[in-house]
Design a protein around this ligand. Structure first.
Ligand SMILES: Nc1ncnc2c1ncn2[C@@H]1O[C@H](COP(=O)(O)OP(=O)(O)O)[C@@H](O)[C@H]1O
Ligand SMILES: [Mg+2]
Length: 171
């Protein structure tokens, strides 16, 4: 079990928190954004995209359901096969908004599960409908608060492996 808590006083602070999260994400990660309409899920997702190094501006994928963004190449020195021990790997940010789905079968049909790949970071707004497909080690970000209220942001996972990467993200 992993858990951190953060409070945000503005959309900019929420995006900054998302950016710090994005900087710490890697291929294969699945981030679930929960909270009511207007809680700040998309604001946080915009920050995640920035933190990952996405150059395009992330927009709400409500009509497309799934939107992919190329992440700038990054070096991975752990692969010994590359030149000078450095391999350029390309990852993709997959931003989903499942608000319009009502049945798990729909999530299956649009291929939610097929995006859970080592070269993709998935960020999913309204993930509840896809519950049965979600990986055990997914990270959940729950946002509470509306209007001009301060947002309470709880970040947690069943997988304590997140502690090493995100333990100090709220500091
Ligand atoms: N602290 C805050 N964090 C995020 N959004 C906030 C905050 N305070 C006010 N807002 C407003 O709340 C709305 C959040 O919208 P959005 O990110 O699209 O929500 P969601 O994707 O959860 O429906 C925006 O209009 C934003 O300006
Ligand atoms: Mg949204």
């Amino acid at each position: 079990m992993f858990e951190v808590y953060f409070e945000s006083d503005s959309p900019a602070q929420t995006a900054e928190f998302g950016q710090k999260l994005g900087e710490r994400l890697q291929g294969g990660d699945v981030v679930l954004l929960k909270g009511d309409l207007g809680a700040g899920k998309t604001a946080l997702a915009k920050g995640i995209a920035k933190g990952l190094g996405v150059e395009q501006t992330l927009t709400s994928p409500t009509f497309t359901l799934i939107q992919e963004y190329p992440v700038r190449q990054y070096s991975d020195k752990t692969d010994p096969l590359g030149e000078n021990g450095i391999v350029q790997k390309k990852i993709t940010l997959v931003h989903m908004d499942l608000y319009r789905l009502h049945h798990p079968e729909e999530a299956e049909v649009i291929g939610v599960e097929e995006h859970f790949q080592p070269d993709k970071v998935c960020v999913i707004e309204w993930p509840e409908v896809a519950e049965e497909f979600l990986p055990e080690d997914a990270l959940t970000v729950e946002l509470a608060g509306s209007g001009d209220e301060r947002r309470r942001i709880l970040v947690f996972s069943r997988d304590s492996g997140w502690e090493a990467r995100l333990g100090t993200i709220n500091k």
